[in-house]
Design a protein around this ligand. Structure first.
Ligand SMILES: *Cc1c(COP(=O)(O)O)cnc(C)c1O
Length: 463
């Protein structure tokens, strides 16, 4: 049961020194404040005013939080790792042109997992040399698109290796050899929801680590490809540091092996996965702590194996964009079931945030226009979809509210918009980027026309 009314607002968040605050350890965006009217403010803009102006539901992205998280990763890698490094944003967490452009502006590269995410990144002006293309079943068209733009391909399986070498040999318009990284399953267990675990042996992603000799021998036989290094990712929303520490020695072992075979590999990508604080009881390590463990783990393993420091990459998604966003909804009907539960319905739900119904995820919330009211009511926040499981927050304590009040749900930047649907033909919300009292639309609200844009009515059904 979580409430975030005034007393719980982090006092640091209103100070100007945000450098030491790790965004992923905060429930609220860094710029959050309560203004004189007792309203929640993000980026110097009152949340109820934003809803008045842009409608609801509304994703509100705090530019300061996103930039701070990017800078903390970037600076930590520069500080703790003695070799070259590059932080990538895992764009599947939220892929749209403005977010891609913003993280690129902070010097980050991008990880994409589909032709659509690659297209979005390229349209946003991201340098293809800093784009890494993932996926366990890339289509031939996607591989061709990746080869044409010159991004790095992270090869996931045998079929892909065969297709890649085939396409590459048949297309003679390519000037430079394709850069390819090998994704190997590291065989590391971690404690997170089973749908978002990827590092254990029973995973659909990557080559079986027991087949590494065959994979490397394939690489030796295909010197026309530029085999640049290895990738591994162990999962998402991880609070422990140990699995990442373990991963550093495993991945350096692969690199040392490739070196003994004379392969010129020189990049290691250790994935993402750092968790964020959705509720008070969540206790993730900071971005700096996570980076330190990873950087020192890799450099020590390299020293022990007596190999030069490779270029080190990581690709966080959730810990960059997750804490930067809140979703604002309008409160509607209330249903009191005596001695059982009180449902408070809102004007969105599982279509704009499918995480609770998919992963039983938990969130924190506040009534944005009653920040100074005491939280005295236990309510369950229900979405408006035709599904009993469409519940965003269960048994949360809030101040008594009225229809039309604004409910703010925190930490909705990652895997909300990117997983949003049109279930029940509900339009996807708009998103605004706020900073220093300015609000810029980054995604328009879908209209009813948008909803039928792809519909086709066969002639015999027209009337
Ligand atoms: C999902 C994913 C990430 C990002 O994970 P986060 O938990 O959002 O940091 C990075 N790399 C790969 C390969 C992924 O699948």
């Amino acid at each position: 049961m979580v409430s975030l009314q005034s007393a719980d607002i982090n006092p640091n968040s209103t100070s100007s020194s945000t450098a030491e605050i790790s965004p992923n350890q905060q429930i609220l965006p860094l710029s959050a404040q309560v203004n004189k009217s007792g309203h929640l403010e993000i980026g110097g803009y009152s949340v109820p005013k934003l809803v008045q102006q842009f409608g609801s539901p509304l994703y509100i992205v705090d530019e300061l939080t996103l930039r701070t998280a990017c800078q903390q990763y970037h600076r930590s890698f520069q500080h703790f790792y003695p070799g070259p490094s590059q932080v990538l944003y895992a764009s599947k967490a939220w892929s749209c042109m403005a977010i891609c452009a913003l993280v690129a502006n902070e010097g980050l590269g991008l990880d994409v997992v589909s032709g659509g995410e690659l297209y979005t990144a390229l349209q946003a002006g991201v340098d293809p040399r800093k784009i890494y293309f993932h996926g366990n079943n890339k289509s031939v068209a996607e591989l061709e698109m990746a080869l044409a733009c010159g991004c790095v391909i992270i090869a996931d399986n045998w079929l892909e290796l065969e297709q890649l070498t085939e396409i590459f040999t048949s297309v003679d318009s390519l000037s430079s050899p394709p850069r390819v990284m090998l994704r190997i399953t590291p065989g590391i267990e971690c404690h997170t929801h089973e749908y978002i675990r990827t590092g254990h042996l029973d995973s659909k992603f990557g080559f079986d680590p027991n087949h590494i000799d065959q994979v490397l021998s394939f690489a030796q036989k295909n010197p026309q490809v530029n085999w640049i290094g290895f990738h591994a990712h162990i999962g998402s929303q991880i609070f422990e540091l140990q699995p990442h520490q373990d991963l550093t020695s495993v991945i350096v072992e692969w690199l040392a092996k490739a070196k003994t075979l004379g392969l010129p590999m020189n990049e290691l990508n250790i994935g993402g996965g750092l968790g964020i604080r959705y509720v008070e009881s969540d206790d993730p390590p900071s971005i700096v702590q996570w980076s330190e463990i990873v950087c020192k783990g890799i450099s020590q393993a390299c020293q022990a194996a007596n190999i030069p420091y490779p270029k080190l990459l990581c690709e966080p998604g959730r810990s960059l964009i997750g804490p930067a966003c809140i979703t604002a909804y309008k409160v509607g009907a209330k249903k009191d079931i005596l001695n059982i539960r009180t449902y408070l319905s809102i004007d969105g739900g599982m279509s704009d945030n499918p995480r609770p119904i998919t992963y039983q995820s938990v969130y924190s919330a506040a009534i944005a226009n009653r920040m100074e009211f005491p939280a005295t009511e236990i309510v369950t926040i229900a979405g408006k979809h035709c599904e009993s499981g469409d519940v965003l927050l269960k048994d949360i304590v809030l101040p008594p509210s009225q229809p039309g009040d604004i409910l703010a749900v925190m930490g909705t930047g990652a895997y909300n918009y990117s997983m949003a649907s049109n279930y029940n033909r509900i339009s996807r919300p708009a998103a605004v980027l706020v900073h220093n009292g300015n609000a810029n639309l980054i995604l328009k609200r879908e209209t009813y026309q948008d909803l039928i844009r792809q519909d086709c009515l066969p002639r015999h059904l027209e009337r």
